[in-house]
Write a protein that binds this ligand. Sequence first.
Ligand SMILES: Nc1ncnc2c1ncn2[C@@H]1O[C@H](COP(=O)(O)OP(=O)(O)OP(=O)(O)O)[C@@H](O)[C@H]1O
Length: 361
Amino acid sequence: MTGEVFVQLKNICKSYDGAKDIIKNLNLEIKKGEFLTLLGPSGCGKTTTLRMIAGFEEPTQGGILIDGENVTNKSPHERCVNTVFQNYALFPHMNVFDNIAFGLKMKKVPKEEKKKRVQEMLEMVQLQGFEDRMPSQLSGGQMQRVAIARAVINRPKVLLLDEPLGALDLKLRKQMQIELKHLQRQLGITFIFVTHDQEEALTMSDRIVVMNKGVIEQLGTPEEIYENPKSKFVATFLGETNILEGSVVKIKEREVLLNLEEEKDIIRIPNLGYEMGEKFIVSVRPERIVLKNQPDEDDVYLKCKFKERIYIGAQIKTVFSLSNGKEIIVNESIVNSTGSHESDKDVYVTWKANHTVVIKE
Ligand SMILES: Nc1ncnc2c1ncn2[C@@H]1O[C@H](COP(=O)(O)OP(=O)(O)OP(=O)(O)O)[C@@H](O)[C@H]1O
C-alpha cells in the first residue's frame, strides 16, 4: 500500500426511483494497493457502491475517479477494473482453461502467451492440472478460485469483490479469506471487497468502511474500528459488546464522573470538555472484563449478580445482571475462567479505564 489515492468517490448520491437516496453524499478515498472492505447490514448500499465503481450503475449525483481519470460516465469495459461475484458467474460450457483465458481471447492475445499466462494463474490459485475440468466438476471453493483467476488475468488495477466467499461453508470460507489476502499482497492490486460478515472484514482488510443506511458510519483500520467505535451502531455491529447508558454527574478539572445505569455505579473518564447532565453510551468488550470479589483501586467496576454460564468452546460466556436488570456479558478464556459462580453473591465486573469506550449520543 503506497498511501497514494487511487479510487475517489466524490459526493456520490444514488437513487433508483428518483425519490429516495440509497447512497447519501458519500465521499471515499481508496489507496493504491489497499484491501478496503465495505461492511454493513443487508440493504445499507454496499453492492450499489461497488456497482457504481464497476460502472454497472451510474451515480445520480457526484463523480468517480480512478487513477486520476474521471470515469463517472464510462462503461465497465472502459475502466481498468474487474468484478468477482458471489455466484462465480463462470461460463458453464467452457472448461477451466477457457474460462480463465476468456479475457485474453477477447484481446486476441497470441496462443503461446495465453497458455503461459493461464498456467501462471492456475499456479497462483493452486489449480494446476484442473485446466480440462468443466465448472460442474469443481467444488465451490475451486469455482471461486477460477473466477478470481479469470478476473485478474487481464491485470486490472482494481478488483471489486461482491461477497465472493458468501456461498462457501465456514471452514472453506476461512481458508479462502487467508488465501485471498495473500493473493492480494502478491498481486499488489487494489481490492474493494463487500461483505456483511464482520469477522471476515476484520481478518482481511487494511481498512474497513462501516456503512449504515447509505452513509459511512466510520472508516478505519480493523483495530481502530473494533477498539474505538465512534457510534453505538459500529460498536454493536462489530463483535459483541456491553452497552451501558450514563450521564455526567460531576465535572472536575481533569476528569468527569458518569453514572452508569444505576445512581451508585459511577465511573471516571478524562475530561474532554463535557457538560453536566450530558448523555453518553459506554461500550465495554466482554473480553476486557475481569471478574473480582473486590475491585482494585485503578479498576472501573460495577457490582452485579451471576445469572448464567454458557460454554462456547474456546471461551466461557458468563452473563451477570445489574440491580436494574441490565445484563453484562463477560467472555473468559477457558484457561482463565474463574469457575462456577453463586447466584446470590455480589461480584464485581471490572475493567481498566483505557478499555472504556465513551460514545457521545
Ligand atoms: N436495481 C435496483 N432497483 C431498485 N432498488 C434497488 C436496486 N438495487 C438495490 N436496490 C435497493 O437499494 C438498497 C441498497 O441495496 P444494496 O444491494 O446496495 O445493499 P447491500 O448493502 O449490498 O445489501 P446486501 O448485503 O443484502 O447485498 C436496498 O434497499 C435495495 O432494495
